[in-house]
Design a protein around this ligand. Structure first.
Ligand code: NAD
Ligand code: MG
Length: 391
């Protein structure tokens, strides 16, 4: 029986994780769960799964949750320290890191430092704290399983032999991208898209922030950096290929000419179940892949002129130090501003580029350096938005 701490239980990944737990009550038990604001959804989760501990983002939402869940033995808590505490609890075997954005870094790291198997959906924590994060994973001998579908596919396609073997035999990692809802749109048409249009992903159903990131290709940029940290490569060893059907979730190309791919219907329950049951596999209720129905798989190059975020991410990687935390923070502010209709869709990449260009990039020696860069970049981005100074 595996005890699960689910960080971000009310989100899209959180809900899919709960479905896998519910489908396999003999294998998984929800020990603890967290949510930021959604009291009603969290109350439902508590009543159904009866976790030992439930953590909310504020005292107010925590009290509301406790009110709705009277009679349950669950302990209701709130705040950052409580998040870190549930991730390192002794009854927890696995931490599903599914909080959205940079806010997920500290609790995810707390799980890593406690030696828990870490199921990483929260790509922003690895993007921003990359080397420090991977050093902690190594120091605490943590099993780190990527949940992002592409990285999960790469993980499955790499040789499962002794460490180091893949470095010699792998020639390229091929990261696939759906291209998002605006794959074929002109720059002119993209200049006036609404948050509603940008949130409508053609293949995946996801939270708002990652949906916008997918539409702007920032998601692929973050994933490029994520792949570099996870698999110890540079952007020069990763090819991004647009594959609109999202059936091949990514591939690994070997020096003998072999290419190994992982395929499946686009449903996050597959990589989630893989991470939870690794090294075994369990059933999901995802429909089997019917290749006759799919019939055709298409591939094309990404257009960096219409989607500059992808190149910005590679630039940030090569700049090193705090550049990735700076880019991530600028993007989080830009996405929120776009969702609040303060800036246009194309302004997201413009703002990101502007912040990355003017920011002072320094080396990352401690976690404080990452947090300082995050604060500084948010401040820069907000200032540019308020003065309309980035286009
Ligand atoms: P979501 O917006 O649907 O859910 C986010 C969860 O995080 C919610 O439970 C919310 O309450 C919590 N949360 C948000 N802000 C918080 C804060 N400041 N403090 C504490 N908790 C907070 O997001 P999602 O789509 O489930 O994505 C979660 C993470 O997984 C993201 O990092 C995303 O990039 C990654 N991811 C998601 C998908 C997907 O298909 N949804 C795929 C790959 C990776
Ligand atoms: Mg992905």
């Amino acid at each position: 029986m595996q005890g699960i701490c689910l960080l971000g239980a009310t989100g899209s990944i959180g809900q899919s994780t709960l479905e896998i737990i519910a489908q396999h009550p003999d294998k998984f038990v929800l020990i603890s769960a967290s949510a930021n604001e959604s009291v009603d959804k969290m109350a439902e989760i508590c009543r159904r799964f009866k976790p030992q501990r439930a953590v909310m983002g504020s005292e107010k939402t925590c009290n509301e949750l406790a009110q709705q869940c009277q009679g349950l033995a669950t302990s209701f808590e709130w705040g950052e320290a409580a998040l870190e505490s549930i991730a390192s609890d002794s009854d927890v075997d696995q931490v599903m890191a599914a909080i959205m954005g940079f806010a997920g870094l500290k609790p995810t790291l707390a799980g890593v430092r406690a030696g828990k198997r870490t199921l990483l959906a929260n790509k922003e924590s690895l993007v921003t704290a990359g080397k420090l994060f991977m050093d902690e994973v190594a120091r605490h001998d943590v099993t780190l399983l990527p949940i992002d579908s592409e990285h999960n596919a790469i993980y499955q396609s790499l040789p499962q032999t002794s460490s180091g073997a893949h470095k010699r035999d792998v020639s390229k990692i091929i990261l696939t991208a759906s291209g998002g809802p605006f794959r074929k749109w002109s720059l002119d048409d993209m200049s006036s898209v609404t948050p509603e249009q940008a949130c409508k992903h053609p293949n995946w159903s996801m939270g708002q922030k990652i949906s916008i990131d997918s539409a702007s290709l920032m998601n692929k940029g973050l994933e490029l950096i994520e792949a570099c940290w996870l698999f110890d490569v540079t952007p020069n060893e990763v090819d991004v290929v647009v594959h609109p059907e999202s059936i091949i979730h990514s591939m690994v190309s070997y020096r003998d000419g072999s290419v190994i791919a992982q395929m499946g219907n686009p449903d996050m329950k597959i990589p989630i179940a893989y991470g939870m049951s690794w090294p075994d596999r369990v059933e999901t209720n995802v429909a089997p892949l019917n290749l006759i129905d799919v019939a055709r798989l298409n591939f094309e190059s990404p257009d960096l002129l219409r989607f500059p975020n992808l190149k910005l991410a590679a630039d940030a990687w090569f700049m090193g130090g705090t550049a990735m935390a700076v880019l991530n923070a600028a993007n989080e502010i830009a996405v929120e501003a776009f969702l609040n209709r303060l800036i246009g869709f194309l302004d997201i990449a413009k703002l990101n580029e502007h912040v990355l260009t003017v920011a002072n990039i320094v080396a990352v020696n401690t976690l404080d350096d990452v947090f300082e860069a995050d604060r500084y970049s948010r401040h820069l981005a907000l200032d540019m938005i308020s003065r309309g100074k980035f286009s």
